[in-house]
Ligand binder design. Structure first.
Ligand code: COA
Ligand code: ZN
Length: 315
């Protein structure tokens, strides 16, 4: 069916997490120069929100221990936001010193995961975030709050949507601009995405303040995006090359691949400003740097231009 010409195309934000979520889970530590080249290619592809690193304990995540030297060297590109993960005031001081201007705090729907990940209960994590988010507000930074394990926890199993929404509300009370529900272990399905979005909206968190972060462990990530779109959500996380995972989430596979998401949004008529060939260039670069084949769907097949029937970005 042709799109209604009177209706402007829907704008979707693609929030790239490859340099952070992708690289934190690789056994090889990628050199800072390689990370910067990867980020440059992501910017060249049109990505405008790129989560670049974490200011966490270098013992916990050695792969991102170069955050202090990476952030000052990020490409200065107009209109690009580079959020960094910050777990506590120590991380905030480092992020400020490095010249960051956007951050994400991260907690979860379950105490068990939060304790494994950041050594605190959910309640304690929220207490740790309060001064971080106050400082970020004083500095005028954009802020996001993650609710990981929103669909299921690797330690305690099923998660009630009400529990995820409750944690999200606490983050909103602390002042975050956006809440991102994470399917950390990739167990969610579209019906649950609709239920969670509806429950968040009913609690006062509108779909335009909600984002989703899907891991494609069981092949449901893109179907979950479709459900999120239907429910009015317009921000989705993805990782060019499909890397990703959390060292504290055993069994989790990579993030939804940015190239798969871009193909899907293009063919569905959504506007997002990201160029598929550019994403594939970044995805191939990171796969080569890690010494792995590019194993994502569109990475293997290339895209397809639905208007011309021509292949796009085939290697
Ligand atoms: N940056 C660098 N170092 C930090 C830090 C930060 N933001 N916060 C704490 N540390 C250091 C402390 O200085 C201390 O160092 P020392 O042992 O040399 O004295 C050590 O880390 C332990 O500090 P403590 O306050 O006791 O924290 P903890 O051991 O309970 O760890 C976190 C808390 C949040 C720092 C740690 O669990 C962490 O970094 N987790 C990251 C998890 C992550 O990124 N997961 C993937 C994302 S989903
Ligand atoms: Zn993730």
């Amino acid at each position: 069916m042709d799109p209604d010409p009177a209706r402007p195309p829907d704008r979707v934000r693609i929030y790239e997490v490859g340099p952070r979520d992708g690289l934190q889970n690789e056994s090889a530590t990628v050199p800072t120069d390689t990370k910067l080249r990867y980020i440059e290619l992501l910017v060249a592809a049109g990505l405008r929100e790129i989560e670049v690193t974490s200011f966490v304990s270098p013992t916990a995540i050695p792969q991102l221990a170069d955050a202090d030297s990476l952030v000052p060297r990020l490409p200065r590109a107009h209109g690009v936001r580079y959020p960094v993960l910050v777990p506590n005031m120590r991380g905030m001081e480092r992020a400020e010193a490095a010249g960051a201007n956007a951050l994400a705090v991260f907690t979860a729907a379950t105490d068990a995961f939060t304790e494994h990940n950041i050594g605190m209960t959910v309640a304690a994590s929220l207490e740790a975030f309060a001064p971080v988010l106050r400082r970020a507000a004083d500095l005028g930074w954009w802020t996001r709050g993650y609710v990981s394990t929103a669909f299921g926890c690797p330690y305690t199993g099923a998660v009630e949507p009400a529990r995820a929404v409750d944690v999200a509300l606490r983050l909103v009370d602390l002042g975050v601009d956006e809440v991102c529900f994470g399917d950390t272990i990739g167990v969610g399905v579209p019906r649950q995405v609709a239920t969670l979005t509806g429950a968040a909206a009913a609690a006062g968190i509108a779909p335009n303040r909600t984002a989703f972060h899907f891991h494609d462990t069981r092949g449901t990530a893109l179907a979950n995006v479709a459900a999120g779109l239907d429910a009015g959500v317009r921000c989705f996380d993805a990782s060019a090359g499909g890397t990703g995972g959390c060292p504290y989430a055993p069994g989790a596979a990579g993030n939804l691949a940015t190239e798969d998401l871009v193909y899907f949004l293009d063919a569905s008529g959504y506007d997002h400003g990201v160029d598929l060939e550019g994403v594939l260039t970044a995805a191939r670069y990171v796969a080569d740097s890690l010494g792995k084949p590019l194993a994502t769907k569109v990475g293997r097949s290339g895209g397809w231009d639905s208007a011309t029937g021509q292949p796009v970005g085939r290697a």
